[in-house]
Design a protein around this ligand. Structure first.
Ligand code: PEP
Length: 224
């Protein structure tokens, strides 16, 4: 059975690339986390793939929050998934605290969407007790994405048995139904990763911006 392929475009792509993907990607197991500016366009074009946002505001009511986009706004556009707590937002460029992460997940689930919560090997620190309770109450609306820091954008992928062990631990500890792996996934390694039992899907960054590369990944996924 095909698994879930979530593509994280980060701050990349332009309207031409988006148009090519709208035309060529019609796989229902793929979710593309687009920059917010492209989301309405993709909805208007009736794209067949599912859409994710890459983040949302800690605020869910309208108000004086310049530059922010709420989970409610995203859900009214037909967005189904929101990535929360990516390492680039927690540490590299911004400072998403555990409390912010809690509030964002809360807003995502309240608005009927699925939160894709990113963690690395430090998951016990990243997921505080309050967030653990929130996950337990919303097991169907949270996916845990295990993204080891050393694997993001580096070409270094852990042994697939290690990936599977970590995902099983995450399921046992947080009760979520789906756990996925992210970090340097491409068409050459995706087969082996998806073959592991506790891998319910992959989060693909760089490789998902290349249309033929993504098509090869999806082809592998459809043969799992
Ligand atoms: C990511 O940053 O979420 C990611 C998976 O990136 P890449 O696939 O490029 O390593």
């Amino acid at each position: 059975m095909p698994k879930l392929v979530i593509c994280n475009w980060k701050m990349n792509g332009d309207i031409d690339l988006v148009s090519q993907f709208v035309e060529k990607i019609d796989d229902k197991n793929v979710v593309i986390a687009l920059p917010n500016v492209f989301i309405a366009y993709v909805r208007c074009k009736f794209a067949k793939f599912k859409v994710s946002a890459q983040d949302c505001s800690i605020h869910d009511n309208t108000g004086p929050y310049t530059g922010e986009i709420s989970a409610k706004m995203l859900s009214t556009l037909g967005v189904e998934y929101v990535i929360i707590g990516h390492s680039e937002r927690r540490k590299n460029f911004f400072t998403d605290s555990a409390e912010n992460v809690y509030n964002k997940i809360h807003n995502v689930v309240k608005n009927g969407m699925i939160a894709v919560l990113c963690v690395d090997d430090n998951y016990e620190t990243l997921i505080d007790e309050k967030t653990k309770g929130l996950l337990k109450d919303n097991v169907k609306q949270v996916i845990l994405a295990y993204e080891p820091m050393q694997s993001i954008g580096t070409g270094v992928v852990p042994k697939t048995s290690e990936i599977s062990q970590t995902l099983l631990k995450l399921k046992e500890k947080y009760f979520v139904q789906k756990t996925i792996y992210g970090g340097s996934v491409n068409s050459s390694n995706v087969n082996n990763i998806l073959a592991e039992r506790d891998v319910d899907g992959v989060l693909v960054g760089g490789a998902s911006l290349n249309l033929p590369e993504l098509q090869s990944i999806l082809q592998c996924n459809n043969m799992v």
